[in-house]
Structures are given as structure tokens and as C-alpha cells.
Design a protein. Structure first.
Length: 132
């Protein structure tokens, strides 16, 4: 009720974490398939894990004040509402900025996942273009 934009940012955080985990799992699977190319796999995995850890740290910085505000609101609703008014914009901006940095990296994955046309000939042409 009090932090609708921040709530949306936390939902986005969950989606980005799922994307990061899926990509790390995919990279690990490639590494198992081609163990002789471990350097490439480790380098790429490190990039994704670093971005994932950065996102986690950024949201931990937001989580602590939100918990404090929640407890304050439970103990003293008037002071809690005042604190919400003071911190809402700052916490939301921090979360959204961290989320946008994470989305920059995962954006390349979404480009590769464009939907395949469902009619026969457009779908066939699409698949052939992907091959060549």
C-alpha cells in the first residue's frame, strides 16, 4: 500500500534473478558439454555472477531500511507514515537504478528470444534466417 513502485522493483528483482540463474545454469551446461573450453565458460560465468551479486547487494541496501520502516509503522503508525514519506522516493530510486543496471545485461538475452512466427512459411523463413 505504501511503496507500490518499490514493490514493482522487487518483482523485477525476482525476474532478473531468475534470468541470471537460468543463464548461469545454461553456461554451466555448455561448460559440461565442452570441458576443454573451461576458460571461456568461467570468464562468461564470472560476468553474470558479478552482475547478480551487484544486484543482490543493491537490494540488500534497500531491504534493511524497508524492514526498519515496517517495524516503526507497526510500533507507531504515525511515525512510520512520516518515515515512509521521507524515504519512499530515495529507496524506490535506488532499487530502480540497480534493476536497470541488471536489465542492461539481460537485455541481450531477450533479443535472442524473439517469438517464432506461427504460420508455416513465415516460420520456415524465420528458422532459415537464424541458420544462415
Amino acid at each position: 500500500d505504501f511503496f507500490p513502485d518499490l514493490y514493482q522493483a522487487f518483482l523485477g528483482y525476482d525476474r532478473e534473478m531468475a534470468t541470471f540463474n537460468a543463464e548461469i545454469d545454461r553456461i554451466n551446461a555448455v561448460g559440461q558439454k565442452y570441458p576443454e573450453q573451461a576458460k571461456i565458460v568461467l570468464r562468461e560465468k564470472k560476468v553474470w555472477e558479478k552482475s547478480q551479486n551487484t544486484l543482490i547487494k543493491s537490494f540488500l541496501k534497500v531491504e534493511k531500511p524497508v524492514k526498519e520502516i515496517f517495524v516503526l509503522h507497526q510500533v507507531n503508525p504515525e511515525q512510520g507514515k512520516a518515515m515512509i514519506g521521507e524515504r519512499q522516493e530515495d529507496l524506490t530510486k535506488t532499487a530502480q537504478d540497480a534493476l536497470e543496471k541488471a536489465r542492461e545485461q539481460s537485455r541481450s538475452l531477450r533479443k535472442d528470444q524473439e517469438p517464432v512466427p506461427d504460420k508455416f512459411f513465415p516460420g520456415l523463413i524465420y528458422k532459415l534466417k537464424k541458420i544462415f
